[in-house]
Each structure stands twice: as structure tokens, then as C-alpha cells.
Design a protein around this ligand. Sequence first.
Ligand SMILES: Cc1cc2nc3c(=O)[nH]c(=O)nc-3n(C[C@H](O)[C@H](O)[C@H](O)COP(=O)(O)OP(=O)(O)OC[C@H]3O[C@@H](n4cnc5c(N)ncnc54)[C@H](O)[C@@H]3O)c2cc1C
Length: 384
Amino acid sequence: MNIPNTADIVIIGGGVMGASAAYHLALRGMKNIVLLEKEEFFGTGATGRCAGGVRYQFSTEINVKLSIESLPMIERFKDEIGQDVNYRQCGYLLVATNERDAETFKRNVQLQNSLGVGTELLSGDEVRKRLPLMKFDDAIAGTFNQKDGLVDPNSVVMGYISAAQRLGAKAYADAAVTGIRVEGGKVRGVVTASGSVDAPLVVNAAGPWAGRVSEMAGVSIPITPIRRQMFTTNVMPGIPADFPFVIDFGQSLYFHREGEGLLVGMSNQNEKAGFDQNVDEEFEMINFEAGMTRLPLLERAQRASHWAGLYEVTPDAHPIFGKTSVDGFSVVAGFSGHGFMHGPVSGKLMTEFILDGKFQTLDVSALDLERFAEGRQIKEYNVV
Ligand SMILES: Cc1cc2nc3c(=O)[nH]c(=O)nc-3n(C[C@H](O)[C@H](O)[C@H](O)COP(=O)(O)OP(=O)(O)OC[C@H]3O[C@@H](n4cnc5c(N)ncnc54)[C@H](O)[C@@H]3O)c2cc1C
């Protein structure tokens, strides 16, 4: 493999963050961009294993604003990048089955509405009316936004990488970074099995592996990998075409259409931190049974596929943007299980940070690495 031995910038990680950053840097005219991905294919980390959901429904202003910037970029993706990403605005319907969640949902809707996002607050009866196939006798409230939906993650990654390459960026798969060179508090480049790349700027976009990558530069960042898994079913003729992305919030259990069948996932709240990406078959049974209780039609369905991936969890469930203690070494990671949808704007924000010295499209400077040491965390409630 002919990885160049110098670059103006090295991006570590070929998931949605690295791909979007490479494209936006190239679009702004940056030359000699080198993106390095450890796996054989781009987008096979968290991005390729995600549920593909995109939503405006968050509980903090900064996350809603990230969606307000990012989701329209996905809507414009085909016109801008030339790649169809199959954005289906089926809506997200979040269901609350306890008072605490119902109260929080009310506040979330007020916040979203105040920012111009048209999420509706639903009563328990309205939830049951909208989901006649599901058993939600215990639903006491819900929220729905028709513009939330589903997008194909692989198309977004490959769309950005191909567009970046057309603009002159170089992207290499099967190119794991094994070391980061730092001298006098400044980053000097990276080391791979195929040789070193000297560069004055290095971006850590390594998703769930971002903590490990940062350690190579002697920087500690609080990103914990936590396994999450899901399965899909074969054809389920009873599921209507406009079936929304349903989240049973109290159980972190979710359903959405996947082709002619369904995708069903559930977060194991007892999952230990680690890099294991094998499906936990025992927990899959728990997921299947919880799914059947809510949607009895599942009893007749057969599993078509299943997989697991890693959430990249920070202590406040918000991402980390920008500088580290090593000059020239920056980070865009830690999206805590909802980063696919924020990938488009995050690559643009990192480009602004690198080329303009500040975040222009949206001020995300509060989401810096220092907030953890300084106790400035803000907690996101809508984590599934
Ligand atoms: C099961 C599951 C469901 C999810 N559902 C959703 C959803 O519905 N909607 C949503 O918005 N988000 C969802 N997410 C979260 C989303 O997938 C992530 O937030 C997002 O994809 C993170 O993108 P990334 O580019 O930071 O990470 P990744 O996609 O993991 O990319 C990082 C890349 O860095 C590479 N890398 C790591 N170390 C090195 C190294 N040393 N050298 C070179 N390359 C390296 C990795 O191989 C990887 O490809 C889900 C995640 C999971 C696991």
C-alpha cells in the first residue's frame, strides 16, 4: 500500500465522522488530506452497525441544534454529493410508560418547539391509536416528529469518501494507525504498519476506539465502548409502509421497518464496557420476548439477521469536539449512540475548527474535552 509519507492532515477513522471531515476539508480546498481506516472497508465500525435512525428529538438544546443543522444536509445529500442515501421520513414515535419520562417528554417537546422543531406531544390514547398493532396499555404519553426517520449509513460514508477523493483527498482502508508521534507537546504525524505519515494536524475520528487512539498521543479522553445489538426479521406483511420508528423508552426497546420486515433492538442496561462485537444470544432472547410483548405479530416472524456494534459513550452522553492537550491533535468522537445523524454537520464543524480556528455553523465549543475536568457536563436524556 502506498500511503504517502507526508500529509497536511491525517484523519484517523473511516466512519461517518472521518468521512464527513475529509469531504468538508477537501471542499474548502485543503490539500494533502490522508484518511486512514484500520478495517478492510470504510464504515464498518459503529456507523455500519447502527440503526440508521435520524431524529430531531433530543433533550438538550445543543443536540437539537446539531440535528437542525445535520438533517437538512442529509436531505440535500443527493444534490450535493451525488449519492442517494434513502432518507425515509417515517417519523419517530417515542413512548413513555412512567410519569418521570412523560414529564421529561413534555419539557423536551417545549424545548424542541421553541427551537422551531415541530414535534407533537401525544397522550397515551393517541399513542395507542397511532400504533394499533402494538400493545401499549401502559403508555401515558408519547412524542412524534414526522421529519425524523431512517437513512442508509453506508451510502453516507461512501458518498462522502468518494466525493472527498474526487476533490483530491486520499483514503486508505486496511491502514491501522499504531502510533501517534508527539514532540514538544505538538503532534508530528502517525505510524502505520505500512510506514509513517508526517503531518502537523491529526484528527481522532476513531469512534468507540477513540480512547485507545488518544492514548497513543498520551491524551486521555473519557469514551467507553458499550456493546449494543439488534436483529431483523424476514418479510412481515402486516406491517404498514408508514410504520414509524417506535421507541419504548422505558425499556430502550425499538422497532422500525427494515425492507419488508422489521429491525428490533434493545439496549442491555447491564452491558459491561468492552470491545466485544459478538451478539449476546441470551440477551437477544430477552429482546425478542420484550419485542413480542409489545408487537405480538413478531411471534410469527423469523430472524433474518443480527449483529452487534459499539456505542462510544461519554459521561454526559454528548460528543467531544476540538482540541486536546497536544497541539494539532484534535478529536471528534463520543457521540454516545446517536452520532450517525450528526456526522454530516460534525465533519463541517471540525473543518471550521481546523481552518478558521472556531466553530462557525454552530457553537459547540462547550462540548470540549476540558468540560469533564472542569465539571461542565450537560446530560442528554434521550439516549436509547
Ligand atoms: C447498534 C448501534 C445502533 C446505533 N443506532 C444509531 C442510530 O439509529 N442513529 C444514530 O445517529 N446513531 C446510531 N448509533 C451510533 C452511531 O453509529 C455512532 O455514533 C456513529 O456511527 C459514530 O461514528 P464514528 O465515525 O465516530 O465512529 P465509527 O463509525 O466507529 O468510525 C470510527 C472508525 O475508526 C476506525 N479506527 C479505530 N481505530 C483505528 C486505528 N487505530 N487506525 C485506523 N482506524 C481506526 C474504526 O475501524 C472505525 O471504522 C448506533 C450505534 C450502534 C452500535
